[in-house]
Design a protein around this ligand. Structure first.
Ligand code: CUK
Ligand code: CUA
Length: 756
């Protein structure tokens, strides 16, 4: 570009003439301040660009996980975990039904969950982006999500808890996933009266063994520490110097059993009477050794380390913590554990070194009623900092010693220095913040830059949508001396508790499966077939379909069964192109599947009622998507077909010739696009190469109908010649569509002509 032209263009941009407006015009029209514009510029991700961080947020009572980008706060996906989710076919196809069924409790399928704390798998204490774990507080369960495809692979039910809360938190190499009980209950199943609360009710802390190779939790190698019937709350794993240890706070160490209807004070009074509760300190490496040595006892088939054994082996200690604590967060260097009391204005910084010293010196202030040694608060405390009202959770900055704590009652975020024990800055949020997160802020390597406040109330922040308000996640810039509130994001799904954010570049998800994969087991699906192998297998009382999907038809297109047959339809998506998902449903039978490229899925149902049931692809996958359909017919038992199929429109030689001419014209367009693409450096753009491959596939697929057309035309069978010519044209249209997409892509990315 000549210098003059460049300057002219720059001047035009600065003057805003390209859109006929200036920034000043927009500010005035929309009543925006300079600060608003700055905030907008800090969060806005221009069209076509991507976010730097990806957040995995609990979806609360939706039983799902919410995935969004930072700084744009654009929602990318809801991950189906504990709750059926129709778009993804979760709970509507056979493979995902099996995952959900693993989460059954008391002989009942549980179709929801209360997700609280997601955790990303770690290597050396850093997020590795391979797996995500999340707990269900309502029904004590843990789920494993594989971040190669963002699908839930496993749900395990805690065999000894009746409720939980303090999970998921991972140890520094994801050796274990921590899950602490919440409301005490007998570890065994069955009735135990509340009179026996102190003796028979128990809390606990489970260490679920995670096997990275298979990407699954191994229940047999997992174990739990039996804990007193205090309400264990949140946990965190030690790291660095505190590697091998876990920290779990608790409330209601009063062991109050309630009874407001009996004239007794309610739980809220009885569970907050004392001035302190207990931080539980457990050694999981010792725990694992005890299990290996066969010293654990089995309760409901699960390894449990009894309190007396853990005490004897030096694997369990208590430290008093401030009133009604919530949250236990280990600093990135692994040296300190930060605990806040909801009803105390102080946040406590415990020193792991001091705790270890007290243990080594056997310096305890006494024992709790269950014989667990108690380390005096003063012997464990490094600092005590007054942050504000209702301190809850803490996250960390890239800057050493900097921490952020949510102040629930004050509706503020406090930035403070835990080494010097002083408050640095405070920012108001809207309203009543629960958790907060910083980028990779609970790993050994926090990334700083942004903080998100996960507020419990939104009140007046958004357009009203009835008495149930959206949740409010607020994005805060923490890169400067003062924290700056940038953006309010309404979340219309459940009450998110905790969330974690990972650098986007660490995630390496795939775009397709190996053809014929059962995505829930990562194994080859027994129902998978390749193109041309589609079949319907009939056995007495059973019909099994082995079908395929590819733009824009489902094979087979007619499935006829007898009333009473049990029907299984296996479908493989033969596409190689990215984002070419097909959906599948049969009207009125409550089945649905999402079949991404390469995936094989099955749906199963009983043909209970005679009738005609259209089926179709539920994703708008191509121009002929509406035609991607078929008929499922249930005939009466013993029905004998009358001769002859219904005839559609009849075609003549003229029809054939017209279609043939269209095909020739279309081919010219395709050739033109191909010539343009191949004259550029398209090979430097992997996404364009993938599109070109897909277009080539489509043209290859066109060869067979073309041959069939020629054969029919030779026999002067104008009916079939016209229809096959039409099918050839369908493939041409798809190839042209993809080719044009590639051309547009290359133009926008600035592909250059290659010199001949
Ligand atoms: S909890 Cu909800 S604000 Cu489940 Cu981590 Cu603290
Ligand atoms: Cu496939 Cu629509």
């Amino acid at each position: 570009m000549s210098r003059n032209r460049f300057v002219a263009l720059l001047a035009a941009v600065l003057a805003g003439t390209s859109w006929g407006q200036t920034l000043q015009d927009v500010m005035k029209a929309r009543n925006l301040t300079q600060q608003d514009l700055l905030a907008a510029a800090k969060t806005y991700v221009p069209t076509g660009k991507r976010d730097d961080f990806i957040v995995f947020s609990s979806g609360g009572q939706s039983g799902q996980v919410i995935v969004y980008g930072v700084p744009s706060m654009r929602i990318l996906k809801y991950l189906a975990v504990f709750t059926p989710e129709p778009w993804q076919g979760y709970g509507f196809d056979e493979e995902s039904k099996k995952v959900l069924a693993e989460g059954s409790m008391n002989g009942k399928q549980i179709t929801w969950g209360d997700t609280h704390h997601p955790a990303i798998s770690e290597t050396d204490g850093k997020y590795d982006g391979q797996f995500l774990f999340i707990n269900d507080k309502a029904n004590p369960r843990m789920a494993v999500i594989d971040l190669r495809d963002f699908e839930t692979k496993q749900i395990v039910v805690n065999p000894v808890y009746k409720s939980e809360h303090g999970g998921a938190f991972v140890t520094p190499n994801s050796e274990y996933v921590m899950e602490a009980a919440q409301y005490a209950a007998p570890l065994e199943s069955g009735y135990v009266p509340l009179d026996e609360f102190n003796d028979k009710y128990r809390g606990g802390l489970t260490y679920w063994k995670f096997d990275r190779g298979s990407g699954r939790i191994k229940p047999d190698e997992s174990f739990s520490f039996e804990l007193p019937p205090y309400s264990q709350d949140l946990s965190d794993s030690g790291k660095g110097p505190s590697m091998g240890w876990g920290f779990t706070n608790s409330f209601c160490s009063e062991r109050y059993v309630g009874g407001i209807e009996l004239g007794r004070p309610p739980f809220e009074a009885g569970c907050s009477a004392k001035d302190t509760d207990f931080l539980h300190i457990t050694n999981w490496q010792k725990g694992a050794e005890l299990v290996k040595a066969g010293k654990a006892k089995k309760i409901n088939g699960h390894n449990v380390i009894p309190i007396d054994l853990a005490v004897k082996e030096g694997a369990l200690f208590l430290v008093p913590e401030p009133k009604s604590p919530h949250g236990a967060d280990v600093t990135p260097d692994g040296k300190f554990i930060i605990v806040s009391g909801k009803l105390d204005t102080h946040t406590m910084v415990y020193s792991f070194e001091k705790i270890q010293k007290a243990i080594a010196d056997k310096k305890f202030e006494g024992k709790d009623p269950y014989g667990i040694p108690i380390i005096a608060m003063k012997d464990a405390l490094q600092a005590q900092v007054e942050l504000g009202l209702g301190p809850l959770h803490t996250q960390f900055d890239k800057k050493p010693c900097w921490a952020y704590t949510s102040l629930y009652v004050d509706s503020q975020v406090a930035r403070w220095d835990y080494c010097q024990g002083k408050v640095l800055d405070k920012l108001s949020v809207h309203y009543n913040i629960g958790h907060l997160l910083t980028m990779e802020g609970d790993s050994v390597d926090p990334k700083g830059r942004y903080l998100i406040a996960l507020n419990k109330l939104a009140i007046d922040r958004f357009n009203p949508v009835g008495p149930l308000h959206p949740q409010n996640h607020q994005l805060i810039d923490i890169s400067g001396d003062k924290m700056q509130l940038l953006y309010d994001m309404p979340l219309p799904l459940g009450e998110p508790h905790y969330a974690v954010a990972i650098s986007a570049s660490t995630l390496k998800p795939g775009v397709r499966y190996k053809v014929g994969t059962n995505s829930r087991t990562d194994q080859k699906h027994p129902g998978a077939v390749r193109a041309g192998e589609e079949k319907i297998v009939r056995n007495p009382g059973k019909v099994e379909v082995f079908g395929t999907l590819i733009r824009s038809h489902i094979t087979p297109e007619i499935i006829e069964v007898e009333k009473g047959d049990e029907v299984t339809i296996n479908l493989t998506n033969l596409e190689r192109a990215q984002d070419e998902t097909h959906g599948f449903t049969v009207s009125g039978l409550n089945v649905h599947a999402s079949i991404e490229p390469g995936k094989t899925v099955s749906v199963k149902f009983k043909a209970e009622k005679e009738g005609v049931y259209p089926y179709y692809c539920t994703e708008f996958c191509s121009a002929l998507h509406l035609e991607m359909m078929g008929y499922f017919l249930v005939k009466p038992k013993g029905y004998v077909a009358k001769a002859g199929a219904a005839k559609a429109v009849e075609y003549t030689k003229a029809d054939y010739e017209k279609q043939f001419k269209t095909n020739q014209d279309t081919q010219k367009v395709i050739d033109g696009v191909v010539a343009w693409i191949t004259s550029t450096n398209f090979k430097d753009f992997p996404d364009a190469v993938a599109l070109v491959e897909d277009a080539t596939d489509q043209l290859k697929a066109a060869e067979e109908p073309k041959k069939k057309m020629e054969e029919a035309a030779k026999k002067e069978d104008w009916q079939n010649a016209t229809l096959w010519a039409g099918q050839w044209w369908q493939y041409q249209v798809k190839a042209a569509d993809i080719g044009l997409r590639a051309k547009t892509y290359l133009e926008q990315k600035g592909a250059k002509p290659t010199k001949k």
